[in-house]
Design a protein around this ligand. Structure first.
Ligand code: AMP
Ligand code: ZN
Length: 152
């Protein structure tokens, strides 16, 4: 495995957190990843996992840094849902302004989801979204499959 890339963007708020220039409520850190509480939570204990090396969007992330972020998500999700009593949670990762990305440093949200009847829901029920599926047509699926596989 290659050595961690330590590149930082001096203008980036998450790089400043990683560098210790801005405080955070740290939950975990290892050689490549940092987890901390989100300062604007959608629900109780909404948290973020970020790679320590600056990358703006997921397609810029190295496999090693992606693996480091992914490796902590199962344990962190379990710790968060256990600590809060959340029966469910969403992992969310926004890329680009149109997708809702406000901070240009890759991050994975862990967003506990609460039943509105739970007292914790007073701090927010968590992520709500519109999910309106279309039908996947065979000819379009094959064209997409071919185009995407060529890019991998
Ligand atoms: P996104 O819209 O996916 O880019 O989400 C950015 C998230 O970063 C939001 O949920 C913010 O509340 C969170 N955030 C921004 N600044 C900070 C900070 N200094 N500490 C913790 N979370 C932050
Ligand atoms: Zn950054």
């Amino acid at each position: 495995m290659s050595r961690p890339n330590q590149s930082q963007d001096p203008e980036c708020i998450f790089c400043k957190i990683i560098a210790g220039q801005i405080p955070c409520y740290e939950l975990h850190q290892d050689e490549r990843a940092l987890a901390f509480l989100d300062i604007g939570p959608l629900s109780k204990a909404h948290s973020l996992v970020v790679p320590k090396a600056h990358a703006t969007t997921i397609d810029e992330l190295s496999s090693e840094d992606a693996a480091a972020c992914g490796a902590i998500l199962p344990r962190l999700s379990k710790a968060i849902t256990t600590a809060t009593g959340a029966p469910a949670c969403n992992i969310l990762q926004n890329n680009g302004a149109l997708a809702g990305q406000a901070v240009g440093h890759v991050h994975f949200h862990v967003i506990p989801r609460f039943d509105p009847a739970q007292p914790e829901a007073e701090e927010g029920v968590g992520l709500r979204f519109d999910w309106t599926p279309n039908k996947l047509e065979a000819d379009k699926a094959q064209a997409l499959q071919s185009a995407i596989r060529q890019g991998l």
